[in-house]
Design a protein around this ligand. Structure first.
Ligand code: DGL
Length: 277
């Protein structure tokens, strides 16, 4: 990073395949109120969870290139699938720090479990990558991990069916084997899933703690900014746009969704052609 840019006042880039990463952006807004955010949701190409590693890496690389044009000082891959498939490669390709959500999620679950049986619900891609197993086992070989892909959860969230009999029925089918498995901790390993938290909690029961990696991700981001001397010194003044949103399609739908979960109303989301990056 060089040139005339005052990096500590630059925004954080946050991206996801769609609206899911807003659950992470929301946590960053809460824990780091001085930081500006540029969010990109790849609404034209969601879902990522059923796509190949090559495709998810290509899409993620384009997004990182776009975020670089916005002069972001750090990037958060607020998408477990991109974190699982693309992060290691992209970390080596760009100068600015990039963090994902999987390592923080694994760390948070390890801090919570008492019986060392952890479940992970995520996209097919994240489960097949085995990345949560890898990070958890690196820290504790005695933990048993049970993964379950829940591919219909993302479209249910994107359609706003957060609490609905259809969602209950599908969640019950996906989660039954985890209920019977004796886990005491369940990682919501897809950034869309916190929107289904109450449905999942109802099915899993009181004995299972749900872990949303967003909290730990925002903490890790904060530590990283402090470590690199990149923290914003003060809250940007009036007239500075604190949060900016970009999507690859369907900006109105994205904006409605964002306004239903973020603490601040968003005025607009801009459509860009991500294939240009
Ligand atoms: N929200 C994303 C994740 O955390 C991806 C969902 C999808 O596009 O399939 O994995």
């Amino acid at each position: 990073m060089s040139g005339q840019v005052e990096w500590h006042n630059s925004p954080i880039g946050v991206f996801d395949s769609g609206v899911g990463g807003l659950t992470v952006a929301r946590e960053i807004m809460r824990q780091l109120p001085n930081e500006r955010i540029v969010y990109f949701g790849d609404t034209a190409r969601v879902p990522y969870g059923s796509k190949s590693k090559e495709t998810v890496t290509k899409f993620s690389r384009q997004i990182v290139h776009f975020l670089e044009t916005q002069q972001v000082k750090a990037i958060v891959a607020a998408c477990n699938t991109a974190s699982a498939y693309a992060l290691e490669e992209l970390e080596n390709e760009v100068d600015i720090p990039i963090i994902g959500v999987v390592k923080p999620g694994a760390r948070a679950a390890l801090a919570v479990t008492k019986n060392k049986k952890i479940g992970v619900v995520a996209t097919e891609a994240t489960i097949n990558s085995g990345i949560y197993n890898r990070y958890i086992e690196e820290n504790d070989k005695n933990v048993r991990i049970m993964g379950k892909a829940c591919p219909l959860f993302v479209p249910l969230v994107e359609e706003g069916l957060w609490e609905d009999p259809v969602t209950d029925e599908i969640a019950r089918r996906y989660l039954m084997e985890l209920v019977d498995s004796g886990i005491d901790t369940l990682i919501l390993g897809c950034t869309h899933y916190p929107m289904l938290r109450s449905t999942v909690a109802k099915i899993m029961g009181n004995g299972v703690t749900l872990v949303n990696p967003a909290y730990e991700t925002a903490r890790e981001l904060k530590a990283l900014l402090v470590d690199k001397g990149l923290e914003s010194e003060h809250r940007p003044g009036l007239g500075t746009e604190l949060y900016r949103f970009f999507v690859s399609d369907a900006a109105d739908k994205f904006q409605r969704f964002a306004n239903s979960i973020l603490p601040y109303g968003i005025l607009s989301a801009k459509v860009i052609n991500i294939d240009e990056f």
